[in-house]
Design a protein around this ligand. Structure first.
Ligand code: SF4
Length: 484
């Protein structure tokens, strides 16, 4: 039995080598084709990246629902803070969800370690979760309020013996004035007062890189409400030099814990919010050059700063740049850019050998882009900094519930609002896995439909222990505090 496995392994070796050199492996190609075929016709635009460049992002759920902040709004359900943080549970669930995504979706994807406050996990459990995600081909990003100390970050990235665990880590750091509970500033009066906290977080990651050689990618997340929408330009202008590679703004929606809903979120028209982001960037942000799913959900602009001036990677008003975009999507879609460097080089060489036109197209794009950004000397002096702007608009739970129920019956609604919700769900770029049912659901569905029941089951499975002698269940105390 053993020897036949070895023989068959040896016989397979030439095929495995050939497969490894393929620019895009067969499973990824099939996943891309499936994603493209599932997309509504209306979003199959020339700039659509889903199904052509990647399959979209993923996130964990129900792995550590608790959070020690009280944000308004909060997308976690009312029972989230009744669930104990339990590393064993977290790792078991992360393993199950990631294995499912690798098996049923695609070999590689970006995935958020999310669903509560990740820094409530011990640094060891947090590191183990990242390792599991990587083992399943996921590029993890830990989603946190950033209110932890350098020691925690160091223990996450470096073992007790001083050995580096990761060459690079990614965090999405949520800091804004809708949050309550930050040490040193329990309630922030405005966005500007949080600037020292933004700086502090980036400084910790810089120190980690300096002292232990761990590189980082940081996204800065901001929930947008009517109260802080006009402060977006200031956040960007004051923070874009700090070291964030992405600014991601989420207009608030009526989703999650009803006790935390404030204001009239319906007034947050997408064009109004995007105009504020553009004002902060000091530039038009062309979000249709690369479209991620439905632009009613996502607007994304990829580019770079040179000094205080932001430039798009692709000039949407130049047909030659658009042709370069088309070539990129047509010939490099699905390539795993995080493959080992030698393998990646072999794969890219094979792509260019098969499509030699890519070389002059890429060279032309590079020369035009450098000229647009002020020329090579200016770029050399100013050190361009890649910076992405994102607006992600979650949907209201009251719309998602009926829209999802109809989709599950294979029906489309006559009501234009619910129909729009259904179209957006079908083009969703942010999926969550349910290995126990075999389902893959949009994050909007997770938060609007599935979280409440999932969290109440978890609250029974992982109850927060009674504090001895206090007479109050800690969960109830937290809950009462949350409601205030
Ligand atoms: S359906 Fe919801 S989770 Fe999916 S991309 Fe749209 S807003 Fe995001």
């Amino acid at each position: 039995m053993v020897s036949s496995t070895v023989v068959s392994g040896d016989a397979d070796r030439p095929r495995r080598w050939r497969d490894a050199w393929e620019p895009v492996d067969a499973k990824t190609r099939a996943a891309l084709d499936q994603r493209w075929n599932e997309l509504p016709e209306s979003v199959r635009t020339p700039g659509q990246v889903l199904g052509r460049f990647g399959i979209g992002c993923e996130g964990t759920h129900g792995v550590f629902p608790k959070c020690d902040f009280a944000c308004t709004p909060c997308y976690h359900s009312a029972d989230a803070n009744k669930v104990r943080v339990d590393g064993e549970h977290t790792l078991r669930e992360v393993e199950a969800q990631m294995a499912f995504l690798e098996r049923t979706r695609a070999p590689h994807a970006h995935a958020q370690l999310i669903g509560g406050e990740v820094s409530l996990l011990s640094a060891e459990d947090h590191a183990a979760a990242i390792e599991i995600m990587r083992r399943h081909g996921r590029e993890p990003m830990s989603f946190s309020h950033g209110d932890f100390d350098y020691d925690y970050l160091k223990r996450l990235a470096v073992t007790e013996e001083g050995k580096r665990r990761f060459g690079r880590i990614s965090f999405a750091v949520h800091i804004d004035s809708t949050m309550k509970g930050r040490r040193g500033m329990r309630r922030a009066p405005d966005e500007e007062s949080l600037d020292p906290y933004r700086q502090r977080v980036v400084e910790m990651f810089r120190r980690l890189r300096r002292d232990h050689g761990v590189r980082f990618y940081l996204a800065h997340n901001v929930t947008v409400t009517p109260a802080n929408v006009d402060q977006i330009p200031g956040v960007i202008q004051r923070s874009h030099r700090l070291g964030f590679g992405m600014f991601s703004f989420q207009p608030a929606a009526f989703i999650g814990d009803e006790r935390r809903w404030r204001d009239d979120y319906a007034s947050l028209e997408p064009d109004r919010v995007w105009a504020k982001i553009e004002e902060g960037a000091g530039s038009r942000l062309p979000y249709e050059v690369f479209q991620v799913g439905d632009t009613r959900c996502n607007r994304t602009a990829w580019g770079f700063y040179v000094g205080d001036q932001w430039h798009s990677f692709v000039n949407d008003q130049d047909p030659k740049d658009l042709a370069a975009r088309d070539a990129l999507l047509a010939h490099l879609g699905g390539v795993h850019f995080r493959a080992p460097p030698l393998l990646l080089a072999i794969r890219l060489t094979r792509v260019t050998a098969a499509h030699p036109r890519l070389v002059p197209i890429a060279a032309g794009w590079l020369v035009r882009t450098m000229r647009r950004a002020g020329g090579i000397r200016h770029l050399w002096r100013e050190h361009p900094v890649p910076t992405t702007f994102v607006m992600h608009r979650f949907m209201h739970a009251a719309d998602v519930k009926p829209a999802w129920a109809l989709l599950q019956r294979g029906e489309m609604s006559d009501d234009p609002r619910i129909l729009e919700t259904q179209e957006r769900l079908l083009a969703c770029s942010y999926a969550m896995a349910h290995p126990e049912t075999g389902e893959l659901v949009p994050a909007c569905v997770q938060h609007s439909v599935l979280d409440p029941q999932e969290n109440s089951i978890l609250a029974a499975l992982l109850p927060i222990p009674r504090r001895r002698g206090v007479g109050l269940i800690e969960a109830e105390a937290t809950d009462l505090e949350d409601a205030n």
